[in-house]
Ligand binder design. Structure first.
Ligand SMILES: Cc1cc2nc3c(=O)[nH]c(=O)nc-3n(C[C@H](O)[C@H](O)[C@H](O)COP(=O)(O)O)c2cc1C
Length: 227
């Protein structure tokens, strides 16, 4: 059975993108916030978008510094991710509070978080207002990933080396295993179309039989109900 989803919750159906920890630095102060609204935007130049609400401290940090880094955490940082999304850098120094160790990035001032499985350093290329968020378009200036985690694509061999996916609320997931697609052979597509059609016909026949049975039952019980 399918149930309707409120318009405001439809975004959750697209939940599952890899979570990032956005690090920023401005005037000697650094900050970090989790962001799940992250997407590739262009091959050449390599552009990546991250949608951030103007209510976040990180929004100002990116606007002023015109740089940011995306740190991709694995499950070892699960609880830190949730916590870092519950406090604001405008109230607390999250690096001081969590004692998360960091190291210097190659091309941006924002620190990189040790223990993450991949990193992308970006210079701010553009901004676009999208409803109550702003899409920061970052041009990739450097990127790196753990060799056990990524080789052309995510490898998904070791659960500790898989990116975290955010489903919403406090729920996260890890991807299972890689399944490789191949082009179906012509007879396979024909067969599956045929099968689908046959299934549909069988279902329609079943429905029709049920309907007829109900009608017959009603016809039989009708006079009894009047007695
Ligand atoms: C897993 C997760 C993903 C989040 N994704 C986003 C996001 O994509 N954009 C956004 O504006 N806020 C997002 N948030 C909320 C911010 O991380 C949160 O408001 C944070 O406290 C802001 O920190 P700041 O004020 O120090 O920048 C997310 C929170 C969590 C826990």
């Amino acid at each position: 059975m399918r149930r309707p989803i409120p318009e405001s919750e439809a975004r959750r159906l697209l939940g599952g993108g890899p979570v990032t920890l956005v690090t920023t630095s401005w005037h000697g102060k650094s900050n970090v916030m989790p962001a799940a609204y992250v997407t590739p935007l262009s091959f050449e130049p390599p552009l990546i978008g991250v949608a951030i609400s103007p209510t976040r401290h990180s929004y100002d940090m990116i606007r002023y510094s015109e740089q940011f880094a995306l740190n991709i955490p694995g499950r070892r940082l699960l609880h830190h991710v949730q916590y870092l999304g519950s406090v604001s850098g405008s109230d607390v120094d999250k690096f001081e509070l969590t004692k998360l160790p960091t190291f210097k990035a190659q091309r941006v001032d924002a620190p990189l978080i040790e223990g993450c499985i991949a990193y992308i350093e970006c210079g701010l290329a553009d901004t676009l207002r999208t409803g109550d968020h702003v899409l920061f378009v970052g041009q990739v200036m450097a990127a790196s990933a753990n060799a056990e985690a990524f080789d052309e694509t995510w490898l998904l061999e070791d659960d500790d080396e898989k990116p975290l996916h955010y489903l919403g609320v406090n729920r996260y997931a890890l991807l299972g295993e890689i399944i490789e697609a191949r082009m179906p052979k012509p007879e396979e597509t024909e067969k599956s179309l045929e099968e689908a059609f046959e299934e549909e016909q069988a279902l329609a026949k079943e429905e029709e039989e049920k309907r007829r049975e109900m009608e017959q039952k009603r016809a039989r019980e009708g006079p009894q109900a009047e007695e």
